[in-house]
Design a protein around this ligand. Sequence first.
Ligand code: UDX
Length: 474
Amino acid sequence: MCIYGGTTCAVIASNNPEVVVTVVDLNAERIKAWSSDELPIYEPGLLHLVKKARDGARRNLFFSKSISSAIIEADLIFMCVNTPTKQTGPGAGQALELDYLEGAIRRIAEVAQNDKIIVEKSTVPCRTAETIREILDTTGRPGVKFSVLSNPEFLAAGTAIADLLQPDRVLIGCSKTPDGYSAAGALADVYAAWMPRDRIITINLFSAELTKLAANALLAQRISSINSLSAICEATGADIEEVTYACGLDSRIGPSMFKASVGFGGSCFKKDILSLCYISEFLGLAEVSAYWKSVIDINEYQKDKFTSRIVSCLGNTVTKKKLAVLGFTFKKDTDDTRESAAISVVSRLVAEGAHVSIYDPCAKTDQIWRDIGTYVTVCESAYEACMNAQAVIILTEWDEFNNRVTTDAQRSSDRLRGPQPGFVNLIRSKLDWPLVADIMCPPKYVFDGRNVVDAGKLEELGFRVECVGKPSMS
Ligand code: UDX
C-alpha cells in the first residue's frame, strides 16, 4: 500500500461513522505501525484522526493483515498500491511499475464472492482501468460483477489531511454505462459525507487517469518555469521574488506553486512526468515526450546550478571544508526524503570532498544514510551542524530556519503538527541566528535554497547570503 492510502482511509472513516473501513497490506510491519501510536509516516494531524476512528467509542477503522477476508467482506475496494518507476524490462526508468497493482487485482478476482466496486487510487497510465477490468472479467468467479472506477488522489505531503478534508475537487472516472454511473454514485456518497456535491465531478474513466498525471506535470512545469527564470534573475540583477509576486497578481497566472527553489522533489512529480514521457513515446509522440522531459531537465539543472554556486562562492573548492545543511526532506512538514533536492546537492558536495553535517527536524538518520551514504554526519540540532561550519545551506523550508516574524497561521500550523510519538517534538523554537553566527567560522555563508531568510537581517549579523534567483554578492 502506498503510505497515503492509510491517510485517505482515516479521513473516510472519520467522516463516515456508519461505514467500516479496513486497511490491509502485505507488509505486516506497516500494519503493526498503523495499529500503534508510531504511524509509518509523519503527517500533521494524522495521529489524532487515526486514533479517533481506530480507538474511539465508535470504532470503524481497522488495520489488518487478513487480505482475503477483507476483500470478501468489502463492497467497495480502494486500490492504493505503490506504482514506482520500473527498474527493469521494457520502459525501465520511465514507465510505472504495475506489478503490485496487478497482483492485488488478481487476488481480488480470486477471492471475491459477490459484486464489488474497485476504485483505482494509485497513479496509473491512462487506460489501466481497462486492463484491470480484463483481468477481473477473465479470472473472477462466474456471476461476480466488478465495476472499475478511477478516483485519483491530489493530496500533498505535509498538508494531506487538509487536502482531503477540503479538496478543490474530487474526481470520479467511470465508464459511461448505467453500471458505471451507479458505481460512481456509490463512491460519491462516501465523499458527500463531508464535501459539497458540486465539488464531486464525474468524468470519463481514462480522463480521470490522465488528469492525475497531467495535474502533477503541470504543477511541476510551473516550478521549472519559475526556476528557469531564476537563473536569468541571478545573471541580470532582477529579483525572482519580485517577478513571481508581480506575475502571480495576474489572475490568469496566479501565485501558487510558483516559488523558486533549489528544485522540486517528492515521490510524484518526477515519476509522473517520466510516465507521461513514456506514454507519449509509446504513442509515437516524441516531441510531446521531449517537452515534458525538459521540465525534469530544468529541475536537474537547478539543483546542479545551486551546488556550483556554493562551490564557486567558497573559492572553487569545498574539499575538507565543514558545511552545515539545514533540512533534508523534500519539503517541510513531512519526514519523506524521496527525490529530495538535498540528495543531489549533498551527494555532489560530498563527492567534492566537503565534510557535511546535516540537521533535519523530521528526517530519520537511517533514511539520510540510505539516501547518500554514511559519509555525512547527521546532527541532533541545527547548532551542532553549524558549529565551526564555513557555510549553512538551507535545503528545506522548515519554519524554524527562517528569521522572519512568526505569523498566526504558522503558529496554528505548529499546534496542529505535534507532538507526535516516534518523531521529534515538532513544536520547536526558531533558530537563534546570532548564536549561529557566533559558532560558525568565516566566511559564514548562508546559501538559501528556499528563499526563507531575510537576507538583510542576516547580513547585519555578519553573514554573506546567497539566495535563489537573486544576484550573487561575491
Ligand atoms: C504533489 C502534488 O502537489 C499533489 O497534488 C499530488 O497528489 C502529489 O504530488 P507533493 O509532492 O506532496 O504533492 O508536494 P508539493 O507541495 O506539490 O511539492 C513538490 C515539490 O515542489 C517540493 O519539493 C516542494 O518544495 C517544491 N515546490 C513546491 C517548489 O519548489 N516551489 C513551489 O512553489 C511549490
